[in-house]
Design a protein around this ligand. Sequence first.
Ligand code: NAD
Ligand code: LMR
Length: 329
Amino acid sequence: MTRTPVNVTVTGAAGQIGYALLFRIASGHLLGPDVPVKLRLLEITPALKAAEGTAMELDDCAFPLLKGIDISDDPNVAFDGANVGLLVGARPRTAGMERGDLLEANGGIFGPQGKAINDHAADDIRVLVVGNPANTNALIAQSSAPDVPADRFTAMTRLDHNRAISQLSKKTGVPVSEIRRLTIWGNHSATQYPDIFHAEVAGKNAAETVNDEKWLAEEFIPTVAKRGAAIIAARGASSAASAANAAIDHVFTWTNGTAEGDWTSAGVVSDGSYGVPEGLISSFPVTAKDGRFEIVQGLDVNEFSRARIDASVAELEEEREAVRGLGLI
Ligand code: NAD
Ligand code: LMR
């Protein structure tokens, strides 16, 4: 049976994450090895030529699943009929830029893109925001798309989740494949809280196995939370291949589901669970089934975790107030 190709729109397609991402989408890693895709690349006008170069390379791979590539600098064109939107392109913070300036500049990107999604995307559109500040950019896009169910807008914390699994594996000597139920709570920023109290390593509780609160507080949490900055310091550029990999993981899990008994982390619209104010896009433990993320319910949150979740959520609330004050939501 011939399947209709899935339209995948990628913004910031000529950037470094775009370069690491597009080839994996086209080779079937985003949606599965039997799902044909059409790529819709959105870039700003000066970067269109570079996007064309990437498209030439995609052609040169002769990927059997890749059924077409369109390039545009108009969000209304790039999101027309989109089933999946990967919102990667964002305005980076430059010298002298205040936090408010950054939020405002990104509002100018994610507001119009949200509106284009609202007006032109397919009914089953699913959006992952990667561009920073990812949670609040996702909130801006979601607020600009009132006709799209809010739960179709998500922000990426899967990279943080994967980083945390890797650090826990190094500490315990247990392979990453035997680590489950880890959670990233809050914002994709240095305030995020990677939580191992419910995690399992080789079937045993991770916090009890590690039994080292000093390592947890002084090594594990800061290493995961500040990993993005450490990569920038080492590479001279922010994470790209690992970010692209996490975007692939996020969408693959969203559409194909989590394994029985396991969960993952994603920035999703809060329904008030765990005291996170309704409407914020915050990272939670989530399962995925039938193309929907669900927040895992009923976990005990101890004092150690509560303080850290609250701190990250407070930062998200501040960001929400700031973009509200700027009239962006
Ligand atoms: P990059 O600067 O290499 O590429 C960004 C691209 O976006 C550029 O080609 C630029 O022309 C394009 N762009 C800018 N404005 C646009 C617009 N309005 N429409 C379409 N395209 C636009 O950056 P990168 O390394 O690819 O990173 C992209 C973003 O992802 C950054 O904001 C970065 O901080 C973020 N990031 C997030 C995570 C995460 O875990 N959530 C991880 C790594 C990086
Ligand atoms: C990351 O976590 O690697 C990035 O969000 C860092 C950044 O500031 O781009």
